[in-house]
Design a protein around this ligand. Structure first.
Ligand SMILES: [Zn+2]
Length: 517
């Protein structure tokens, strides 16, 4: 036993001495080897997406994910904690089941929207109605009382469930053109009519609820086979259901033909009152410049129509994996490495805005932040975000990255500062050098972004592996850089859309109490 201890001690000292003498090339090679031969990405993805599930702010699943992240870091010897920044409406999704019960029986592809009120176990059964064509808001107000006891369909019926690329491949040119023309005309008429009602697609749910409707059915197609956007309900008492394009279209046609379809909705969910909202922050302390920071950044929350695999499960596991690799290969960084897993990005960058507001010293000491949040693809774009000298330091760091991880990356310098879109913008607004590692799309916007299809099977692990290794190398280089990064801002050009001089985005406060009246 003692001999073994002694041996371990010798080996450890040997390892430390060896590390000291390592060159940049050797560290980069070790990062690449660890990230390739000992990758934990599949395990992390399983635990976060399949086992834990979606991470909507205010849900118990969001809290269990935060706890999982802390425990995962601790198992790697990295300190981590959940930092509360506010509170949110607490809600738990329950069983959703929707069936057509008349004139025939069919189970439908449907789910309740986030924070939807519950129907209770018994559910609600009622006839469907569509919105009328009205000339003005007076006519709509006159129609409104007729929704009492009904389920109202508030989305336009799509003329086709085939995505455009499918039409492009198989249709004759003439019929593809005709379909697009007809669809455009339908959309125009729909928008016009919505305007006439005096409401918008965002406000109409509440008006229907107030008029006595018992539920709302909607279908927000994402222009890909089987893909719908799943956002929040926007009602206080009645459930709001997303129904697949296929089933929604069938029901809509039946209403139009006078078949009087009825559906039964069971949407069990639970209002959990006001619950705390967190960021998970992990730390690998710096040895020489502990008050200067490199932040690995990815929002941790998701919408809950699926399991948030590419928004932002992949950004999340990229940062976890990069941190794990760094802890193993480069355990004593010159500067401090923080990993920020932000809460409630989806409702307006709330977690990261709170962190920026609450930690001015860290923002002041920021050497660089790397954020990833647009899908599973390889990183192909990095912008200097309007920092005049970003080219110098990002260029230096990228030089150390082997070609395989950077040969598709297009850089823009100095670029323009991002005003939103993801959490790096919270730091850029405070004048701190924060960058987005932008991914190849992999049909993100249609198929996975905020849809019912954002699941584990869409993850392209080799691309995520690429990104974890890239992030680890950039972080290592930013830690070791002899210089502190410059924050000098470039003179921003004219915005071609407005013709006006661009202004640096201003720092905004988070919503620290969301979804509650
Ligand atoms: Zn996102």
């Amino acid at each position: 036993m003692q001999r073994q201890l002694l041996l371990t001690l010798f080996l450890s000292i040997g390892f430390i001495i060896n590390l000291r003498a390592q060159t940049t090339e050797e560290i980069v090679a070790a990062i690449e080897k660890e990230g390739t031969e000992n990758s934990q990405l599949e395990t992390l993805a399983y635990q976060l997406m399949d086992y834990n599930g979606p991470r909507l702010v205010g849900t118990p699943e969001m809290k269990s994910a935060h706890d999982w992240a802390v425990n995962t870091y601790k198992s790697w010897g990295i300190d981590a904690e959940n930092q509360q920044w506010g509170t949110w409406k607490g809600w738990q999704r329950g069983i959703t089941h929707v069936d057509m019960v008349s004139p025939r029986v069919a189970s439908l592809h449907a789910t309740q929207l986030a924070w939807s009120p519950s129907t209770g176990k018994k559910g609600v059964t009622a006839a469907l109605v569509t919105l009328p064509t009205v000339g003005d808001s007076m006519a709509f107000a006159k129609w409104l009382p007729s929704v009492k006891g009904k389920i109202v369909m508030v989305s336009m019926m799509q003329p086709t469930g085939r995505p455009d690329d499918n039409w492009e491949e198989f249709a004759t040119e003439a019929s593809f053109a005709k379909m697009k023309e007809e669809r455009e005309a339908m959309e125009k008429a729909w928008d016009e009519n919505m305007k006439n009602t005096g409401y918008s697609s965002r406000t109409i749910n509440k008006a229907l609820e107030d008029a006595g409707a018992v539920a709302i059915a909607q279908s927000r197609w994402s222009r890909g086979f089987g893909a719908n956007k799943i956002f929040s309900a926007g009602t206080d008492k009645i459930p709001v259901m997303d129904i697949s394009l296929e089933d929604y279209g069938m029901l809509y046609r039946m209403v139009e033909h006078g078949a009087k379809p009825e559906i039964k909705i069971v949407a069990e969910s639970e209002d959990l009152g006001e619950v705390p909202a967190f960021n998970t922050i992990a730390t690998i302390p710096g040895t020489e410049l502990p008050d200067e920071y490199i932040i690995l950044s990815a929002h941790f929350d998701s919408w809950d129509g699926a399991t948030g695999a590419t928004d932002n499960g992949t950004g999340t596991i990229t940062m976890l994996e990069a941190a794990r690799i760094l802890k193993k290969v480069y355990p004593n960084p010159k500067r401090t490495i923080l990993i920020g897993h932000w809460g409630s990005e989806e409702q307006g960058l709330n977690g990261s805005r709170a962190f920026v507001e609450d930690n001015p010293k860290i923002v002041e000491g920021l050497q660089a932040l790397f954020n990833q949040d647009n899908g599973t693809g390889r990183v192909v774009r990095i912008s200097g975000q309007g920092f005049l000298h970003a080219y110098d330091y990002l260029g230096r760091w990228l030089e150390a990255v082997p070609d395989a991880y950077k040969n598709e990356i297009e850089t823009t310098f100095p670029g323009t500062p991002g005003g939103g879109g993801s959490d790096y913008a919270s730091f850029v607004a405070a004048g701190a050098p924060a960058f987005s590692l932008s991914s190849l799309s992999w049909a993100y916007w249609n198929y996975t972004w905020h849809t019912n299809l954002d699941t584990y099977d869409k993850i392209v692990f080799d691309d995520v592996r690429n990104n974890a290794i890239l992030t680890a190398i950039l972080t290592y280089m930013a830690c070791e850089d002899p210089e502190k990064t410059s924050r000098e801002k470039a003179v921003l050009g004219i915005n071609p859309r407005t013709g006006e001089q661009r202004e640096w985005p201003s720092q905004r406060s988070p919503n620290r109490r969301g979804g509650l009246d």
